[in-house]
Design a protein around this ligand. Sequence first.
Ligand code: 4AD
Length: 435
Amino acid sequence: MAYSHASEVPQKLGKEVSLRGWVYRKRESGGIIFIIVRDRTGTIQASIKKDNVDAKTWKAAQDAIIESSVELKGSVKKDERAPSGYEIEGSVFKTISIGEPYPITEYQSTELLLDKRHLWLRSVKMTNIMKLRSYFFRYLRKFHDGKGFYEITPPLITRSAGETGADMFPIDYFGQEAFLTESSQQYAEAMIYSLEKVYTFAPSYRAEKSRTVKHLAEYWHLEMEAAHYNLDKLMKFEEEMVSYVAGQLVKNNEDELKQLNVDMESLKRIRAPFKRITYEQALEILNQKGKNLKWGDDFGVDEERLLTEEEEKPVFVMYWPRELKAFYQPINPKDERTTMSVDLQAPHGHGEIIGASERIWKYDELMQRFKEFEIAKNIKFNMANYEWYIDLRRYGSVPHAGYGLGTERLIKWMLNLDHIRDAIPFPRMINRVYP
Ligand code: 4AD
């Protein structure tokens, strides 16, 4: 039997349709049971009239409760009183599973909704976000594929730190020390020597003790790496990518965006080129806004908010102090205090969404930066774990560059979500690893 979806029902006026879904709302009035059925496309009202159906169908409609899974058949009628203007006059109604009384009612605390995340994902809000999340992934892949990049799959268990290593989750790997990866960058770097332009879509793990609206302990990291790219080429690529995603959303997803009250006009304004400022200029802007920052200070949630709260488009912040950035970033020849790095800050104070840089590609330079980095951060790398990475500079090395985009940060910004946890189905945060 062919089943229709709720959104298709209005086009089938006067016809018979069959539908499967879940009970979203239900009420009984004068021998009629009105059931609003939800499926992945939305909702549609069904009416079951006692006088028109057999006793089995009437009993099934009576027994159904919120979130029962159901199947029905009936003819499509126009009805001004139904929420969509149409309803299915049911001739057959069956419950697939009645279920227990649904534990989520109208007003619930955030904590309860997180405890019952596996059920809360059925809400209209989360359904729309999760649909859009799938589109974000689709558009990001399409963009990179269209530019001739290969998608590669890195290991998530590693012995080398992608950044500082300070925030890695250790695991017992058959008695050996290993970690959940904090970035797949190094593995992407290894693959440019054969594939030249690559990207990975994989989780990164951060054991950061940050309780902010933009930190997850597990997030989906899109990392791109390309041979013969420099900072300027990277920035042009980034602004084109971000504009492409915003453009695709506007073009294809108006329905979901409107249901989430996303301002379409503000998405339409996200068009390359984006403003470029240096870290030093960012410091000046922040100090003019009342901060008291000095060279070498990093930006937290508050600084990031202040920096772009009046911006309509993302802003590139270039050339970060060498002590703030990772060991693989080359020194800026025009200002040795800084590296060839750039972060992309989302507008309206949403904060950093992309971290990017050129990579040190010469052996001596890399060894020197490793040492400098260890002293600056007061850490000791186990160099045996990095031999393979250093090898990449020994055999036919080339200049290259790449970036890492926090997918949930991009989603949070473009959908204007209050908290990053709603950009991912099952958030992992400092105080949450269930469900
Ligand atoms: O700036 P990060 O730490 O850079 C790297 O990991 C590089 N290896 C990336 C690269 O060049 N291949 O992280 C990159 C991005 C950030 O800009 C942010 O969007 C996101 O990853 N991110 C997080 N997202 C959610 N929760 C967290 N705890 C995040 N930490 C970083």
